[in-house]
Design a protein around this ligand. Structure first.
Ligand SMILES: *Cc1c(COP(=O)(O)O)cnc(C)c1O
Length: 380
């Protein structure tokens, strides 16, 4: 059996090595390393994948979130609502821009932001909602869009974990994650579902005016060299990464299929066990399984379980051990009291993510699940 990795980028690369290597060589030979044809081509192809949404490449997913907020003409102290159960970047950029992060609790089954909590968090200063499509499944966008429209709020989707996922939207029909709100933000961090060999990111939008503005903001706020219309940043996707991503984009749907298949195999091996809950599918969204995350019963000692799994060569991760409202840097007694978003606090104690990637095979998964079940047995 192949060594089990949390994410197996090595074996994924081996399968597409000739394509990737020649794409890299082409960039080197062209010597167009910054904003060259490779970046343009990838942005165009990704736009095609996203049914025509504009794609503005940038340096990473955190920059994508920051630049999206910068494009909205917000004022210091304006409130931005997002999930407390996410990667830190989502709240970090809000705080960095002098805006106020308002963190809300999540649904106990899907891990995604709770819409009742979101509604209750809206005040006269709220300007933006950032739904985080966690682990590869979209926040229920249909009701969220209606809520945002009623209060005249922008939606900036954090799509970093959910590219290719499809959600039911307001007014009927379905749309791809990241193209539903005013903007969507994507990370091409290597372990993401569409991952580069380094950092990368992009902002998506269907709004032509916003697209132009975003393109300027990532380029020092400039449309024309040495003329600056906005306060901007320097955030670029480099050509080598774009060329690699363009190759991997051609395989993205097959990669998603492989993840779904792996998730189904996990489901069939683990479902019905009284000590754990397998991932719940939201009827309003498809799932692209960036992570396969179990919820353990409170009686299970997760630390011991992780250690025993590790001893057997089975890696696992905790996404996320501390919700953002419990982080020292983000505690705010008024906006989101520490200790008072119970679902996220409980999940943080009980979630465990199993290896999930495009190269997982049935033998590896049988071995993983045998050991998971064995740990649960011994844990009693
Ligand atoms: C990865 C990730 C980010 C940040 O992306 P980087 O490219 O690492 O900056 C933001 N939000 C979520 C939910 C992520 O998973």
């Amino acid at each position: 059996m192949e060594e089990i990795r949390m994410v197996d980028l090595k074996r994924q690369y081996e399968k597409i090595k000739p394509e990737v290597d020649s794409a890299i060589s082409e960039v080197i030979e062209s010597a167009a390393f910054i904003n060259g044809p490779a970046v343009k081509q990838f942005a165009q192809n990704l736009s095609g994948y996203l049914d025509g949404a504009h794609v503005i490449p940038c340096g990473n997913g955190t920059d994508a979130l920051q630049v999206a907020l910068m494009a909205l003409d917000l004022e210091p102290g304006d409130e931005v609502i997002t999930s407390t159960f996410t990667f830190i970047a989502t709240a970090e950029v809000i705080a960095l821009l002098g805006l106020k992060p308002v963190l809300v609790d999540v649904d106990p089954h899907t891990f995604n932001m709770d819409l009742d909590a979101t509604r209750e968090a809206i005040t006269s200063r709220t300007r933006v909602i950032i739904p985080v499509h966690l682990f590869g499944q979209c926040v229920p966008m249909d009701p969220l869009q209606k809520l945002a429209a009623r209060h005249n709020l922008a939606i900036v989707e954090d799509t970093c974990q959910a590219i290719g996922s499809v959600a039911r939207v307001a007014g009927g029909g379905e749309m791809k994650a990241g193209t539903i709100g005013q903007m969507g933000c994507m990370s091409f961090f290597p372990s993401k579902n569409l991952g580069a060999f380094g950092d990368g990111g992009a902002i998506f939008t269907r709004d032509d005016t916003l697209a132009k503005k975003l393109g300027a903001i990532v380029n020092h706020g400039s449309f024309k060299k040495y003329y600056h219309d906005y306060v901007g940043v320097n955030s670029r996707l480099d050509a080598m990464q774009a060329a690699i991503l363009d190759v991997k984009l051609r395989h993205l749907d097959q990669y998603i299929q492989a993840r779904r298949q792996a998730a189904q195999r996990y489901d069939s091996m683990l479902q019905g066990h009284p000590d754990l809950q397998i991932p719940v599918r939201d009827p309003g969204s498809t799932h692209v399984f960036h992570q396969y995350t179990l919820i353990l019963n409170p009686s299970v000692n997760r630390n011991i379980m992780q250690q025993s799994l590790k001893a057997k060569g089975v890696p696992s991760m905790i996404y996320y051990p501390v919700p953002l409202h419990m982080q020292k840097a983000y505690m705010d007694e008024k906006a989101h009291p520490p200790g008072k978003l119970p679902v996220s606090e409980d999940l943080a104690q009980r979630v465990i993510s199993l290896p999930m990637h495009t190269e997982l095979d049935e033998k590896q998964q049988e071995y993983i699940c045998e050991n998971v079940l064995d740990c649960l047995e011994k844990n009693k």
